[in-house]
Design a protein around this ligand. Structure first.
Ligand code: 5AD
Ligand code: SF4
Length: 431
């Protein structure tokens, strides 16, 4: 989500004749886009500001702006805490950033704007397409109404707001015209897309409309909430040929007691039921998930249930985190804290088990033929290309014939590495 927002910021300023530089000492503007979902984002921000603000001594015209979740949480107070900072913009003010920067430049006074709006600004801004990109992110909604007890997102991104389907479709059409082959639809909880906007189509219907756009070959989306994974959406995986057999379905924990205290609205059994339904319809579907270890009150037995779920589901990959307190959330008041050492140990065990599972899944691909969307040359050398299968597995492969980024190639998998596959082209798709 933040990567997409940073792309939008680049687009806004490219329209104003700014150019991207990797040298902060020569910059006229530095924008820091923050995320506060986990860890200690303030520490990272303050250390970045500690590096950038002194640059103003030699370049008084430099403007420094901070946006994203941390800016939203701090508001004006960030200006008091960080003298030399010029602009604080909230998660609903992304589209106003150029005006805020211009106002700070003109008045030579710091400005801050972090109010929540009825309609978050910035949703209609397109992320700047990178040259030769084949894949693009499209925000379809912002905010979240779920209030999971550990999560800061509803407080910093505001209430759930869905963009109009017409605007989304128009954006995808433009991307297709610009040569984009794959779209990743983004939202905190895409399954509830449109439900709160009167007359809006459902998420599954939106996918159906995007399927009809010529030029788009692959559709992905993230993030889905297991409790809102409807039968209609599950069926879409079978009905829509462009919808990739890949789903990120955050589990968070395998113990029902922990899930209840997290406020997730499902049990391990109901989660598994959805997975089984999906696998009946799309047997090859690749699943990934998010896991939090060491949530307050998580016992060793609770944690073992998370490991059991990893084995039962067989995820391609997991994103696992130690629980970290987010001030202002319900769980911040929970007692029965798990010691950091225990959290670290659980995280390591969780990741070690997942490494084995991921490896077995990759090994099982050897000998199969996959359709690979070429994303660029492989990092390993000039003669190799890199791309992804519909299940989002990375494949590096050699090709005897000319290949360009964006091609769909039929690749035979010949070897499995720790995080990727190696293959060789058999023939172009469709030939
Ligand atoms: N501590 C640890 N992980 C968290 N996440 C969200 N809030 C926290 C927290 N307080 C994780 C969840 C979520 C992912 C984006 O970040 O797993 O799905
Ligand atoms: Fe956070 Fe829960 Fe919303 Fe995901 S669904 S953003 S974890 S509150």
């Amino acid at each position: 989500m933040n990567v997409c927002d940073s792309g939008k910021i680049l687009h806004l300023f490219a329209d104003q004749d700014y150019q991207l530089t990797s040298d902060s000492r020569s910059a006229d503007l530095i924008v820091i886009n923050t995320c506060s979902v986990r860890e200690k984002p303030e520490l990272k921000l303050f250390s970045a500001l500690g590096r950038y603000i002194p640059l103003k001594r030699r370049r008084p015209e430099l403007v420094i702006a901070v946006g994203g979740c941390v800016a939203q949480q701090w508001g004006d107070k960030l200006l008091e805490r960080c003298p030399g900072l010029d602009v604080v913009f909230g998660t609903h003010q992304l589209d106003s950033l150029p005006q805020l920067v211009a106002a700070a430049r003109l008045s030579r006074k710091p400005v801050s704007s972090t109010d929540f709006l009825a309609r978050p600004g910035g949703l209609e801004v397109m992320a700047r397409p990178t040259p030769a990109a084949v894949s693009a992110m499209v925000t379809i909604m912002q905010g979240c109404d779920n209030f999971c007890s550990y999560c800061i997102v509803p407080y910093v991104r505001g209430r759930e707001y869905s963009r109009s389907s017409d605007a989304i479709i128009e954006e995808v059409r433009k991307l297709a015209e610009a040569g984009i082959k794959e779209v990743m639809l983004l939202g905190q909880n895409v399954n509830s897309y449109g439900l709160k906007a009167s007359g809006e189509i459902s998420f599954a219907e939106l996918l159906g409309r995007i399927q009809e756009i010529n030029g788009i070959e692959r559709i992905r989306f993230t993030t889905s909430h297991p409790k809102d994974m409807s039968d209609e959406l599950i069926s879409a995986f079978a009905a829509l040929s462009k919808l990739c057999p890949y789903l990120h379905l955050p589990l968070q924990a395998g113990s029902d007691a922990v899930l209840k205290r997290m406020g997730r609205g499902y049990t391990a059994a109901s989660y598994l039921e959805k997975v089984e339904k999906l696998r009946r319809i799309v047997p090859e579907i690749a699943l990934t998930t998010d896991i939090i270890v060491g949530f307050p009150g998580e016992s060793e037995a609770d944690f073992l249930q998370t490991l059991t779920m990893l084995k039962k589901v067989g995820y391609d990959q997991i994103y696992s985190f130690k629980y970290s307190v987010r001030p202002g959330t319900r769980a911040a008041d929970y007692d029965d804290i798990v010691a950091d050492e225990e959290k670290r140990d659980r995280l390591a065990r969780c990741q070690a088990l997942q490494d084995e599972i991921s490896q077995a899944i990759l090994l099982a691909q050897v000998g199969k033929i996959a359709e690979v969307l070429v994303t660029g040359p492989s990092k390993r050398g000039a003669s190799e290309w890199s791309g992804r299968t519909p299940e989002s597995r990375i494949v590096n492969f050699s090709a005897p014939t000319k290949i360009v980024v964006g091609d769909l190639c039929r690749v035979k998998v010949i070897e499995a590495y720790k995080h990727s596959l190696k293959g060789e082209v058999v023939a172009d798709a469709g030939s």
